[in-house]
Design a protein around this ligand. Sequence first.
Ligand code: GRF
Length: 210
Amino acid sequence: MSKAGINLAIFASGRGSNFSAIVKAAGQGKIKAKSVILICDKPEALVVKRAQKARVKIVLVKREDWTSTADFEEAIIQRLKHYKIDLIALAGFMRVLSPVFVKQYRNRIMNIHPSLLPAFKGAHAIRNAFNHKVSSTGVTVHFIDEQVDHGPVILRQKVKIGRKDTLALLEKRIHSVEHKLYPEAIKLFIDGKVRISGGKVCSVEAIPIL
Ligand code: GRF
């Protein structure tokens, strides 16, 4: 990790391929992070093994260890404060953060979603786009707000769906776009190129694709 840069917390619950892409970009100095930690609510998740291998600090927070969601989130916030976290990157974190949490880190919580939002919100975005037989879908990186899969867009990239595509092929293509787009969006944030106006609109220095 570089000496300058931000302290980054990646929140993940599952496979962790985006986690690995971000950690790799930090390791290569493509994104300037002083430190990276993993916040994970599923100790058995593959992302934990990836973090061990990459020697990334793992902070496990199991929802069952707290009586209320508010206490659970407060425990996460305490840990974020402890590690002086500047930016949170949600990467397959399978929990919706409450408005209280969002308020504390407004415009500092990014999410990646495998569709061109607002199309195909929810947990099955790739499958739903495929089943709807649309000619294209994509990937969106955005700051979260109080609504699910919603908030100021930082980067989006279109992904075409060919007539002969299978769902597996489309998933693969979308994930490879994600692995480039997420580090790129984090880099824009670190470089001070992401601008928020009126708490709603977000512009980036170079609007790509679409
Ligand atoms: C990605 O498709 C991301 O867009 C969505 O959850 C998935 C996480 O995949 N939010 P991985 O755990 O990073 O491999």
